[in-house]
Design a protein around this ligand. Structure first.
Ligand code: TXE
Length: 480
């Protein structure tokens, strides 16, 4: 049995009351590790360590913080394979995916903000000949970072890196479902000699550890990615304490496929956008709108491709769909398949559990599912399933597809598939989504604002947005 540890004040520790919780491997259903079941006292200790470290870290040269962050990135690079194996075992995602996307992106997050902090600048405003104003952007203090289970290290570092680069100390909690790579990351920080207390990682449940972070008076800002319902709880907890809040929540993302799209490329990329990481990405397309003249041709090619997505052992390089995160989550996905049937949907492929043999016999595997025949406003097309399920819907006009695409409480991402440039601009502007991809999906530039509108979140991450979030803007006005 493997044991994972908290990382507090520069050392590895167990929970203060000695409790542990089991960590499961979704592909086998087996418990393979134990992690500290921390309590509010562990958060108190982490915050105390962060407060002690803050003065030196927040006044250290940006070049020094940058150097240390590059060092962390270098060390992660040397252990890329260990990280990829750990991420795959913890989440059920194919190991090749963790090796190609999750871990390189986590390394990039550190490199990107290590570079960005050296290039940051702030504004000056001259008030005629009377005064000169300039903006100081100062570290905000202790930042709380809470991340989910679907892209564990990728999203954990996406929050921690800008917070540290801006000169804050951090108390971070990875999802209790996937604590392994955060634990490995702590080892890297020790090896890189990150000063004690600058980053503290505390494992445990949302109820105990997450809530302690969001309600602690010494945490100045909370950056959270996870479910919309949890986001609402965090907003309720943090609001009376006037914490800065960044919330990246769920999505019910639309792909808008026009008849003039590049057919082959669109089919191929939209399949990827719906089923990458078993559909467990907040950016995945789950509602695919197809212009009627193309509907049947697109549907048939799409279903054919989806049938080719091999469900299998995440360790096997030929696997395209690994395990879902847990049997409970699989039950949730199954309940939506039953709902879709009740609502009149036709299952074109998938829709059931996949029983593998041998090592993976106890795993939570599910066949990628395509459904048609559902109205845009039914529950299946309104609620986030967060699994390998996509619905296909025909449309007749641009106005109609915009109405349907925008008719959800979410507003995270959308994609538009067309060769008509004017239409692409027009539709992109009219979509209620924080991110619109045109003829692509998941093409990311870390300088761009990232986040959602409506119930997909509050605030933006990425680039200067993240550095602004993790700093306090102070105007200094000098009379001339
Ligand atoms: O998320 P939670 P879960 C969606 C998806 C999924 C649903 C639930 O629909 O089915 O959310 O997933 C911590 N105070 N997304 O249960 O519960 C928790 O410990 C403070 C969308 O994993 O929101 C974990 O670290 N923290 C998504 C983190 O919040 C609390 C990615 C996320 O857990 C807390 C993942 C509390 N009261 C799921 N309760 C996306 N948009 O990327 C829990 N947490």
């Amino acid at each position: 049995m493997m044991y994972l540890w908290n990382y507090v004040d520069g050392t590895l520790k167990e929970a203060s009351d000695g409790g542990w919780f089991p960590v499961h491997e979704p592909a086998t259903g087996e418990v393979y590790a134990m992690a500290p079941d921390s309590r509010a006292e562990d958060i108190d200790a982490a915050i105390e360590a962060a407060l002690s470290a803050f003065s030196a870290w927040s006044t250290s040269a940006a070049a020094e913080r940058s150097r240390l962050m590059h060092r962390i990135a270098d060390l992660m690079q040397t252990r890329l394979e260990d990280f990829a194996q750990a991420e795959s075992r913890d989440t059920g995602k194919p190991v090749w995916l963790a090796r190609m996307i999750d871990i390189p992106r986590a390394i990039d997050n550190f490199r990107f903000f290590a570079g960005a902090i050296l290039h940051s600048s702030s504004e000056a405003h001259q008030t005629d000949t009377i005064a000169l104003n300039y903006t100081l952007r100062q570290p905000i203090g202790i930042a709380g970072c809470i991340s989910p289970w679907n892209l564990p290290l990728y999203l954990f570092t996406w929050k921690i890196a800008p917070a540290l680069a801006a000169g804050n100390c951090v108390v971070a909690k990875p999802s209790e479902i996937t604590p392994a790579t955060a634990s490995l990351f702590a080892e890297i920080c020790m090896e890189a000699r990150l000063p004690a207390g600058v980053l503290n990682i505390v494992h445990g449940s949302g109820e105990n550890v997450g809530a302690a972070i969001t309600t602690h008076p010494d945490i100045a800002a909370v950056s959270f990615t996870g479910g919309t319902a949890t986001g609402a709880t965090i907003a309720r907890n943090a609001a009376p304490l006037f914490k800065k809040l960044s919330l990246e929540l769920g999505g019910k993302n639309a792909a808008l496929v026009f008849a003039d799209c590049d057919f082959e490329e669109t089919v191929e990329t939209v399949v990827g956008s719906a089923f990458s990481n078993q559909g467990e990405v907040c950016l995945c397309s789950s509602r695919i709108f197809i212009e009627r003249p193309l509907y049947e041709r697109f549907r048939d090619a799409f279903v054919e491709r989806v049938r080719e997505l091999t469900v299998g052992d995440p360790l096997d390089d030929s696997t395209r769909q690994g395990a879902l995160i847990s049997p409970q989550h699989m039950e949730k996905v199954l309940s939506y398949i039953a709902l879709a049937r009740e609502e009149g949907g036709r299952i074109l492929c998938g829709g059931e559990r996949v029983q593998l043999e041998g090592r993976c016999a106890g795993g939570a595997f599910f066949s990628p599912t395509v459904i048609e025949g559902l109205p845009y406003n039914c529950r299946t097309n309104q609620e986030e399933i967060f699994g390998p399920v996509a619905t296909l819907l025909p449309f007749d006009s641009e106005a109609e597809v915009l109405t349907m695409a925008n008719a959800t409480r979410y507003g995270l991402a959308a994609s538009v598939w067309t060769s008509n440039l004017t239409r692409a601009h027009r539709v992109a502007a009219a979509l209620q989504a924080g991110i619109v991809w045109v003829n692509c999906w998941m093409l990311r530039d870390l300088r761009t604002p990232f986040g959602g509108m409506k119930q997909s979140g509050v605030g933006r991450e990425g680039g200067w947005e993240a550095l602004h979030f993790f700093t306090e803007a102070k105007n200094v006005c000098i009379k001339l």
